[in-house]
Design a protein. Structure first.
Length: 162
């Protein structure tokens, strides 16, 4: 069958692009307003680094997408995390927007792994058996449900129901 990929960053990318476009204007404004060369040079370096980091983030969000292959659902957020859920462990999948506003890209709440984008999720999985997920410094947790955001929730649900 091959892997199908699903983006999750359509809500975030426009904001990143705005900052990339505004950065050269900011650099020009600093050149016109700040009289000290040394400060202008430092701010120029920070402006260029900022634009490069934003471009790198856009690239990472595009390259590391959610995917479904023959055996697993791969849930990702850039290079920050990657979770592999066996398709055989998925008991039920539903589509529907949920807002929690946890202010974290990944959290575990009452046995549910929540992977938010802009404070929302739109696909929910109930698992037939607990899966262990590692939240880094916040430790490992067993989850029986997963909620996440994808730009194409209908396509994701169809891919998981096959």
């Amino acid at each position: 069958m091959g892997a199908r990929t699903f983006g999750y960053s359509a809500q975030v990318k426009p904001f990143l692009w705005v900052f990339i476009v505004v950065t050269p204007l900011e650099i020009l404004l600093v050149e016109l307003i700040v009289p000290w060369f040394w400060l202008r040079a430092v701010l120029l370096v920070f402006g260029v680094l900022s634009a490069l980091l934003l471009g790198w983030q856009i690239w990472m969000l595009s390259k590391f997408q959610h995917s479904v292959d023959d055996e697993h659902l791969w849930l990702r957020y850039a290079r920050e995390f990657e979770y592999r859920i066996p398709l055989a462990a998925i008991e039920n999948v539903t589509q529907g927007t949920t807002s929690r506003t946890l202010h974290k890209t990944r959290s575990v709440v009452d046995g549910t792994l929540v992977l938010e984008i802009s404070g929302s999720t739109n696909v929910s999985l109930r698992l037939s058996e607990p899966q262990e997920v590692d939240l880094g410094r916040r430790g490992a947790h067993e989850v029986t449900k997963v909620e996440f955001w994808t730009d194409d929730p209908g396509g994701m649900v169809r891919a998981l129901r096959k």
